[in-house]
Design a protein around this ligand. Structure first.
Ligand code: NAP
Length: 262
């Protein structure tokens, strides 16, 4: 299927690895020009080289830095001639027990996983509406639908974002001007982050990473972890010209893990 977004410009946050990079790859293959971001410059530059080799006709610009910093977000927006597509992403907050968290831990999580995407949306969305095309995808987590107790900071901050987006996406000023905003909720995808989570679980349970990994895979009806490129392909479709009627949704990609009917 031709996605009809060739020549458009996208900002993809937190995109030197994992799900962010997979979204950037899928957009690059569709001929979308990219501004990509991550904190570590070396991996970010390597990702840009890979993306340019995948799609030699596109332009790929890099902005290194923490996406939760205003100056970094401003640089990303400045580096993008016009933001047609915005993929919001950042690292997830650490696991733990809420009894140990201080106000500062909450503020960090809220900043990275709720306020940062809202600020980027604010910077881009009215221009999208004026031009009559905009696609915003927030990478959140399956934990928004089925909370994971040790990920309380993530459950809380991402649910805040989800509630806000539910209202914003339905503004007729946006939806009526072909600007869509959706959340993509990953279940377990094979990335560095998943590997770290599995290693921590193995240490906590005195088991090997292979044992924990096998157990987790067997809990997924698909009997496997998701591949980042599957996530990227879905994201690219949501950003396509054909997805203008799809907005305000929480789209779960979890191999059937969530046990509910809806
Ligand atoms: P990953 O493999 O660890 O990759 C994270 C990427 O984000 C890296 O490029 C990293 O580069 C960048 N990054 C992290 N914090 C950043 C920040 N503050 N500013 C800019 N860039 C930042 O992680 P992932 O698995 O792709 O996860 C992406 C998001 O999906 C996370 O929020 C995660 O919690 C969520 N998620 C993932 C899964 C899963 O199974 N993979 C499941 C549910 C939810 P630098 O470190 O160089 O900045």
């Amino acid at each position: 299927m031709e996605l009809e977004i060739s020549g458009r410009w996208a900002i993809v946050c937190a995109a030197s690895k994992g799900l962010g990079l997979a979204c950037a790859r899928a957009l690059a293959k569709e001929g979308v020009n990219l501004v990509i971001n991550a904190r570590g410059n070396e991996n970010l530059l390597a990702a840009a080289v890979e993306l340019r080799s995948l799609a030699p006709s596109i332009e790929v610009r890099t902005v290194a830095g923490d996406v939760s910093e205003l100056a970094v977000r401003e640089k990303m927006v400045m580096a993008c001639p016009q933001v047609d597509i915005l993929i919001n992403n950042a690292g997830g907050p650490p696991p733990g027990d809420f009894r140990d968290w201080q106000r500062d831990d909450w503020l960090k999580a809220l900043d990275a996983n709720m306020l940062t995407p809202i600020e980027l949306i604010k910077a881009c969305v009215d221009g999208m509406a004026e031009r009559g095309f905009g696609r915003i995808v927030n990478i959140t987590s399956g934990a928004v639908k089925a909370p994971i107790d040790v990920l309380g900071l993530s459950n809380g901050a991402r649910s805040g974002l989800t509630g806000f987006i539910a209202g914003l996406a339905r503004q007729s000023r946006l939806a009526g001007n072909n600007v869509t905003i959706n959340n993509l909720l990953p279940g377990p995808f094979e990335t560095e982050r998943l590997h770290k989570t599995l290693t921590a679980a193995a240490e906590a349970n005195g088991a090997s990473v292979e044992q924990i990994s096998k157990q987790r895979r067997e809990n997924v009806p698909a009997q496997r972890f998701g591949q980042p490129d599957e996530f990227g392909a879905y994201c690219a479709f949501i950003c396509s010209a054909h997805a203008g009627f799809l907005t305000g949704q929480n789209l779960l990609l979890d191999g059937g893990s969530f046990p509910g009917t809806f």
